[in-house]
Design a protein around this ligand. Structure first.
Ligand code: GLN
Length: 203
């Protein structure tokens, strides 16, 4: 199985290494043609406005939207989640381009004003009893989530890991620790898409 990693900014190498440790091929994706043959895509963090602009220029954004209309699984972390969000509070920055599809409203840099970066243990019951240790870096906050959005993990009372059918999104970075469980969870989603098609992931 192959799961692509969007290679514009961010922890591309760390995401690829996590997938490869799970036995998944993890090619870098920069161009529309590189989406073919993939069972899913991970979008790392970075600066969402820049990533969105570059994805638009290369045609990748339109191509990805077309794949997502067929139920293609995508996991957006941090800036990747902002790009998947249907709504962003305030401005999206210099770029008006985003992907959408995830029925949430997010606020950019919402944890960053108090603390630039911090680590936390997040209980995620679908991943087992031990909490997941993750890193927040100028993280976006999920302000509202529609009824189709399933909250998998919370920090205090706020959703930080969510799922909507084939889409997975987190405010935090799961690639900076050795815990592979979130990548394994997304890989299982991609595997179901490959074997049973989009209907198996519909909410
Ligand atoms: N602050 C970034 C943004 O708004 C996201 C930060 C991150 O991806 N680590 O796009």
């Amino acid at each position: 199985m192959r799961i692509g990693v969007l290679a514009i900014q961010g922890d591309v190498r760390e995401h690829r290494r996590h997938l490869e440790r799970l036995g998944v091929d993890a090619p870098e994706v920069r161009r529309p043609a590189e989406l073919s043959g993939l069972a899913g895509l991970i979008m790392p963090g970075g600066e969402s406005s820049t990533i969105g602009m570059l994805m638009t220029e290369s045609g990748l954004l339109a191509a990805l939207r077309a794949r997502m209309a067929e139920g293609f699984p995508v996991y957006g972390t941090c800036a990747g989640m902002i790009l998947l969000a249907n709504r962003v509070e305030g401005s999206r920055g210099t770029s008006l381009s985003w992907i959408g599809g995830l029925d949430v409203t997010v606020a950019r840099n919402a944890y960053g004003r108090q603390v630039q970066s911090f680590e936390a243990d997040i209980p995620v019951s679908v991943l087992g009893e031990a909490p997941v240790h993750v890193v927040f870096i100028r993280a976006p906050r999920i302000v509202t989530a529609g009824p189709a959005v399933h909250v998998l993990g919370r920090l205090d009372d706020e959703a930080v890991l969510v799922e909507q059918g084939p889409l997975l999104a987190s405010s935090f970075h799961p690639e900076l620790t050795d815990d592979l469980r979130i990548h394994r969870y997304f890989s299982a989603k991609a595997q179901r898409f490959l074997q049973d098609g989009a209907a198996s992931l519909a909410t």
